[in-house]
Design a protein around this ligand. Structure first.
Ligand SMILES: Nc1ncnc2c1ncn2[C@@H]1O[C@H](COP(=O)(O)OP(=O)(O)O)[C@@H](O)[C@H]1O
Ligand SMILES: [Mg+2]
Length: 636
């Protein structure tokens, strides 16, 4: 019964994921114009599933000898199991029934029986371990490939696949596949073999009686299939009700202050009661179907047994059948139902596996949109020799073809220049930076660094040339040192510490419990935003990119840390081409040149003085900032 409960979980899990993917899908196509592609995709669904199943089975190939071993062990284990009733039959018919009852014989019989039990145990054990080993290594390889593949993907990939569903893919879809290899395949091999062997032994014993018992087989299969479907829908219903209940509860808890403020407690209590009642009902229905299924199966089994006793018993009385044969038959009939039950149960897991495999295969099959240049096109631009000249030549770009974000942008930065960019949210500042980092490729025009089109620079090299600091720097779990040198062993501890000193982070780091060896928990929680930012500055110093970009890097900082960061920025930007995007004018006002962006184009540019004097957008912004009291000291 516990198996019955457990199994559909995968199914449900998956159908849920499936839905969520569907939604992503339709989201996508409603933005773009390919609804035709979508319908084509759904008719191809079946075919693609089969294809991806085949492809995924490729992962099992290197393990074919292990599978042969599993097959062999199962065969031995099951045979040893199934020989036991046969042995008793021999004892009854050939010895006990003919009056040969010596103690020695009984001892021998017991010894053989025990031997069979031991053999069965040993081989089942080996088979199980082998299968677990194979299953887990297959899944671990799929996970590894998946992870490696996802980390190679371009940014546009992450716009299409949500991080949440990717996490599901890497964790629970691979888990489903794991259970396919360890449970479904096991069941197919073991239970299938068991059925075949039972039928074989039955025909060995008495073909007539065996044929009779086979009549009941289709009946059982049909009943099992019908019930499975019912069980599954009952299970899914219960799951849906539960997730609704959970969602309702979570929503209420997080909005509790609103509920209390608006005195909605009674109303919400009533709604909760309704949801809860529905959940209760669904659960009871599920439990009831479970019981009915299991009992029906028992009844069928017993009916078969009764039939056997009746037919066999009559034959024994008519002396056309030996008692031992009847005994063995009854034993086999009893063992007959378990494999059938198992196999129908695994069918559900099998189905959800094909869904999971399909999803994973889809990801593995997606090619990155941003390609590295082919070796003959690759530019030999070395990070340390880059001067830092940047040219955007007539660049146009849109995340979706029909919605251009940047149009015919021309922008030229000379080596070592510091440029500030200001503009409203959504103006396209970050998009510009993403293009420079080649997270996306431009639709038209080109971007050059020192006169080389960035599409000719291998991505790894490009990312060494361009250092990007964002609003929320990403810290990994690991020590401060690890985070500064990004786990690269060729950077010494001293270099890392030197870098922290350089950006003025050593004071704050030495106040931490273990100094530079303090382990940061997930994403550096426990440090303030400014402290995290300082660490990412030290990272930049260590890696010495020739071009430095700060995208709203100072947005969330209190004024004290902002000053620290501002100070660090001044040191770090020396001799580097630097682009600073900031809301606060204080961060950009000392730049060599300030650009004002609106709706994907540059509407004003010049130095702080020039822009203020020209009385345009920037002058307005500056005026507002002054009135709001944000006007910083000019010393900064
Ligand atoms: N990954 C994305 N997919 C689709 N549209 C995007 C994506 N990122 C940004 N946009 C859109 O591009 C425009 C410019 O955004 P962005 O460059 O982030 O502006 P800014 O950094 O100036 O606030 C906005 O309209 C935004 O909605
Ligand atoms: Mg932005």
């Amino acid at each position: 019964m516990s198996d019955t409960d457990e199994n559909p979980k995968h199914t449900n899990h998956n159908s849920k994921n499936h839905n969520s993917k569907r939604t992503d899908h339709s989201d996508n196509s409603s933005h773009s114009d390919n609804s035709a592609v979508k319908s084509e995709a759904s008719t191809k669904d079946h075919h693609s599933k089969r294809a991806s199943f085949k492809e995924m089975m490729g992962y099992a190939k290197p393990h074919r000898w292990a599978f042969a071993g599993i097959f062999f062990c199962s065969l031995l284990g099951i045979s040893a199991d199934l020989l036991q009733p046969y042995l008793v039959k021999i004892a009854i018919d050939d010895h006990l029934a003919v009056g040969q009852t010596s103690t020695l014989f009984l001892v021998k019989l017991a010894a053989v029986f025990l031997g069979l039990a031991v053999i069965s145990f040993i081989f089942t054990y080996i088979q199980n371990n082998l299968l677990q080993h194979v299953g887990q290594s297959i899944v671990s390889r799929i996970r590894k490939d998946l992870f490696r593949h996802i980390s190679k993907m371009s940014m546009s990939f992450f716009d299409r696949f949500h991080i949440g569903s990717l996490v599901t893919n890497v964790s629970s879809d691979t888990e489903t596949i794991s259970s396919f290899f360890t449970q479904v395949l096991l069941s197919l091999i073991r239970d299938g073999m068991m059925l075949v062997l039972i039928i074989f032994f039955m025909f060995q014993l008495d073909p007539m009686l065996a044929s009779y018992s086979l009549i009941i087989l289709p009946v059982i299969a049909v009943v099992a299939a019908l019930f499975r479907r019912r069980l599954r829908s009952a299970y899914q219903n219960a799951r849906t009700r539960l997730s609704r209940l959970i969602a309702f509860t979570a929503e209420n808890l997080s909005g509790m202050f609103l509920i209390q403020a608006f005195h909605q407690e009674d109303e919400q209590k009533k709604r909760f009661k309704e949801q809860n009642a529905l959940h209760l009902e669904a659960n009871i229905t599920q439990a009831r179907s479970n019981v009915i299924f299991n009992r029906t199966f028992d009844i069928l089994g017993n009916a078969a047994l009764v039939m056997m006793v009746w037919l066999g018993g009559r034959a024994v009385l008519g002396e056309s059948l030996q008692v031992g044969v009847l005994y063995a038959f009854i034993s086999y009939i009893r063992q007959f139902f378990q494999p059938i039950n198992q196999i129908t149960m695994q069918w559900n897991t099998f189905q959800s596996t094909t869904v999971s495999m399909d999803r994973i295969w889809n990801i593995l099959n997606t090619r990155p949109e941003v390609h590295d240049p082919s070796p003959d096109q690759a530019s030999p631009l070395e990070s340390q020799h880059v001067m830092g000249q940047i040219d955007f030549n007539d660049v146009s770009f849109g995340y979706k073809a029909d919605r251009p974000i940047i149009q015919h942008m021309n922008l030229h930065l000379y080596p070592g220049e510091m440029v500030g960019i200001v503009g409203t949210t959504g103006a396209g500042k970050s998009t510009l930076i993403s293009l420079l980092n080649r997270f996306y490729d431009v639709n038209q025009g080109n971007i050059q660094i020192d006169g080389t089109d960035i599409r000719h620079i291998p991505q790894a090299a490009l990312h060494r040339i361009v250092g990007l600091i964002q609003q929320e720097p990403f810290l990994f779990s690991g020590t401060i040192i690890d985070n500064v040198r990004m786990f690269r062993e060729d950077i010494t501890r001293e270099q890392a510490i030197e870098a922290c000193r350089f950006v003025g982070a050593d004071g704050m780091i030495s106040r931490l419990p273990q100094g530079y060896d303090t382990r940061l928990s997930e994403r550096g929680s426990g440090l303030s935003a400014g402290e995290r930012q300082l660490i990412s500055f030290a990272r930049i110093v260590v890696f010495q990119p020739r071009i430095l970009i700060l995208d709203e890097a100072t947005a969330n900082l209190d004024s004290h840390t902002e000053q620290l960061v501002q100070h660090a920025l001044e040191s770090v930007s020396q001799g580097r081409t630097t682009i600073v995007i900031a809301h606060r004018l204080s961060t950009v006002m000392h730049a060599d040149r300030i650009l004002v962006m609106e709706q994907g184009s540059i509407v004003e540019e010049g130095s702080h003085q020039e822009l203020v004097a020209s009385q345009g957008v920037y002058a307005d912004l500056y005026q507002h900032a002054r009135e709001a009291g944000q006007q910083p000291s000019k010393s900064g």
